[in-house]
Design a protein around this ligand. Structure first.
Ligand SMILES: [Zn+2]
Length: 201
């Protein structure tokens, strides 16, 4: 695979959850890590959790140690961006997965279009997040594609879907619909959307 081909493959790798979306303008002067949210347009899912922090279940019986580490890092990245605990990683051996406001992390080879991550919403803020990693390589990409940075990016992106955020138009945002860990940062729109979801609970 040439570098040029890789550039193409990096596009459109993350799919939308297909949820209904609401658009809000944040009116409150929320300030998180020096970001003012006044007037920021956010796109949030109507399937957002009903309570924060949300538990992120990491079943150590089915996840590799490396994947658990990356998923914990994803949660820490979100908490750090928000300056507060939004998600609480919970490791267990039972896959406790039925409680409200719980995200269950899976690693799996996804056979859905070009997706390398997929979030499925259920009721009461309960979601499944599927992520392809080096231990569950899909049909499209070689194992070398699933670097730490790539898996971290996809896991964080999908975790944010599970928390109620939708895709953003800004291609530099982590919540852009296409994966590119070398350019993507957690944007003001992401921070403000999440702040709004947390504040309105
Ligand atoms: Zn997505």
């Amino acid at each position: 695979m040439t570098t040029g081909n890789l550039g193409w493959w990096l596009s459109a790798l993350i799919v939308v959850c297909g949820c209904s979306t609401q658009t809000n303008i944040v009116a409150e002067d929320v300030r998180l890590n020096e970001i003012s949210c006044v007037g920021v347009k956010t796109h949030t899912s109507t399937n957002a959790p009903t309570e924060f922090p949300v538990r992120v279940i990491l079943n150590t019986n089915v996840l590799s140690e490396q994947d658990v580490e990356i998923f914990v890092e994803s949660a820490e990245r979100i908490n750090s961006a928000m300056g507060q605990t939004i998600v609480t990683p919970v490791t267990n051996e039972t896959g406790d997965d039925s409680a409200p406001n719980t995200v269950v992390m899976f690693t799996t080879a996804i056979h859905s279009g070009k997706a390398i991550g997929l979030t499925t919403h259920h009721t009461e803020g309960h979601s499944f997040v599927q992520v392809e990693t080096s231990s569950t390589v899909g049909a499209l990409m070689p194992q070398s594609f699933y670097t730490h940075e790539m898996v971290l990016e996809v896991a964080t992106h999908e975790m944010l879907h599970a928390l109620g955020l939708e895709h953003e138009a800004d291609q530099g945002s982590l919540m852009a619909s296409e994966a590119d860990p070398s350019h993507h940062a957690i944007s003001a729109e992401t921070v403000c959307g999440l702040a709004q979801l947390v504040l309105t609970k």
